[in-house]
Ligand binder design. Structure first.
Ligand code: CP3
Length: 360
C-alpha cells in the first residue's frame, strides 16, 4: 500500500530511542468526550457504530489533529480495546461504560467463544478505518494502532464490565490457573493477528494497553500477564518478518506496574514502555537502563489544575525526563487517558508547555 510521505517522524525517532529536538507529544484518549466536536458526532451515532464505520472513525481520529495542528505529533485510530472480545463472539454494550450481558463465569463458558477466529474478517472494519485515516492524515503525523492486553481483556470478559475489586477475574487465576493461562494465550493470538492486520493497513506504531497491569502482585503479573505480552511482541514481529513487512515500533502501557519496569524492559520485547504518574521519570529511566524508550507521565487530573500548575508540572516532568540534555527516547503523554471534563484549551496549553520546556 502506498501512502503520502510522512512530514513529522518525531514519535518514530523517539520510539527508537533516538535524541529528538523536542519531545513528541500526544495524549491517550485524545479523540474523545472532552471534545465538543466528538460529542456532536456521538449524539448522532452509537459508540460501536462509529468504530465500525470507517468514515466516522476517521473523522473522529482527525478531530484532535485538526484542532491542535502543529502541536500534536501522532494520531490514534478511533476504536476500543473491547472489539477483541467482540471478535471472540462476546456481546459488548456501551451504556455508558462497557457492559457484557453474558460474561464468562466458569471455564466451561470458554466453549461459547468462537473457535479459530478469522480476525481479518471480524475486525477488517478497523483496518479499513486505519487505511482511510492514514490517507486523510496526508503525512502530517504518524497513525497509532492498538489493542488491549490479554490480562486487561480477560478481566472485562469475566467481570462483565469495570470493577473496583477484580474479585471474579482474580478468582479465576487462583481457582483455574491453567484454564486462565490458556485463555490469556488465546486472547493474545487474536491480538497478534489484529496488530499485524493494523500494521498492514497502515498503522505506523502500535500500542498494547494493559490498563489493569498494576492490579496484580508482581509475581502474579510475571506468571499471568507477562507471558501473553511477550507472546504478542514476538508473534507480531515473526508474522511481519514472514510477510516481508517492515517492523513498526511497539509500545506497552502496563499501567501501575512500576515495580516491573526493569523486568519489562529486559524481557517483554517492546520498544517503548508507558509509565503512569506514580513513578518519577528519573527513577523509571534508571529502572529501564536505556533498553527501551519511555512514554508518559503526567497525572491526567493535572489538566483540571489551571494554567500555572500545568506549566509548573510540565516543566518539572521535562527536567526529570531529560536530565539537562536533549530529550532522548521520550514520548511525552499523560500517565493515563484524558478525562471528559477537561477544557480543550487547557490541553492546548499543556501541548504548548511541552513544546517550550522539552526543547533541546
Ligand atoms: O485514545 C483514543 O482517543 C483512541 C480511542 C480509544 C478509546 N478507548 C475510545 C473510547 C482507546 C485507545 C481506548 C482504549 C480503552 N478502552 C482502554 C485502555 C485505555 C485506558 O484508558 O485504560 C480501556 C480500558 C477501554 C475500555 C473502555 N471503553 C471503557 C472503560 C470505556 C468507558 C469509560 C471511558 O473511559 O470512557 C470505554 C468507552 C470509550 N472508549 C469512549 C471512548 C471515546 C467513551 C464512550 C462514549 O463515547 O460513550
Amino acid at each position: 500500500m502506498s501512502f503520502p510521505p510522512l512530514k513529522n517522524d518525531l514519535i518514530l525517532r523517539a520510539a527508537r530511542g533516538e535524541e529528538t529536538e523536542r519531545a513528541p507529544v500526544w495524549v491517550m484518549r485524545q479523540a474523545g468526550r472532552y471534545l465538543p466536536e466528538f460529542r456532536a458526532v456521538r449524539a448522532e451515532h452509537g459508540f460501536f457504530e462509529i468504530c465500525r464505520t470507517a468514515e466516522l472513525a476517521k473523522e473522529i481520529t482527525l478531530q484532535p489533529i485538526r484542532r491542535y495542528t502543529g502541536l500534536i505529533d501522532a494520531a490514534i485510530i478511533f476504536s476500543d480495546i473491547l472489539v477483541v472480545p467482540q471478535a471472540l463472539g462476546m456481546e459488548v454494550q456501551m451504556n455508558p461504560g462497557p457492559h457484557f450481558p453474558d460474561p464468562l463465569v466458569t471455564p466451561a463458558d470458554i466453549e461459547k467463544l468462537t473457535k479459530n477466529v478469522d480476525v481479518d474478517k471480524e475486525l477488517g472494519y478497523v483496518y479499513e478505518a486505519i487505511t482511510q485515516t492514514r490517507h486523510a492524515l496526508n503525512g502530517e503525523v504518524p497513525l497509532i494502532g492498538f489493542c488491549g492486553a490479554p490480562w486487561t481483556l480477560f478481566s472485562y470478559m469475566i467481570e462483565g464490565g469495570g470493577t473496583k475489586t477484580f474479585q471474579k477475574c482474580k478468582s479465576w487465576l487462583f481457582l483455574y490457573p491453567e484454564e486462565s493461562k490458556a485463555l490469556l494465550n488465546r486472547i493474545a493470538d487474536v491480538c497478534i493477528d489484529f496488530l499485524v492486520g493494523q500494521i498492514k493497513a497502515g498503522a505506523q506504531l502500535v500500542q498494547v494497553f494493559d490498563s489493569w497491569a498494576g492490579e496484580l502482585a508482581p509475581h502474579h503479573f510475571e506468571e499471568f500477564s507477562l507471558p501473553s505480552l511477550q507472546r504478542i511482541a514476538s508473534g507480531v514481529r515473526e508474522k511481519l518478518a514472514a510477510a516481508n513487512i517492515p517492523a513498526v515500533p511497539m509500545t506497552l502501557f502496563p499501567k501501575g506496574a512500576n515495580s516491573q519496569l526493569a523486568s519489562l524492559a529486559d524481557k517483554a520485547g517492546y520498544d517503548v514502555i508507558g509509565i503512569d504518574w506514580c513513578i518519577d521519570p528519573a527513577d523509571a529511566r534508571k529502572a529501564v537502563g536505556g533498553k527501551v524508550a519511555l512514554q508518559g507521565n503526567l497525572d491526567p487530573m493535572l489538566l483540571y489544575g489551571g494554567r500555572d500548575a500545568i506549566e509548573r508540572e510540565v516543566k518539572r516532568m521535562c527536567e526529570r525526563f531529560r536530565g539537562g540534555k536533549a530529550p532522548k527516547g521520550w514520548i511525552c503523554n499523560l500517565g493515563h487517558g484524558i478525562t471528559p471534563g477537561v477544557d480543550p484549551e487547557d490541553l492546548r496549553w499543556f501541548f504548548e508547555c511541552v513544546h517550550k520546556y522539552s526543547a533541546a
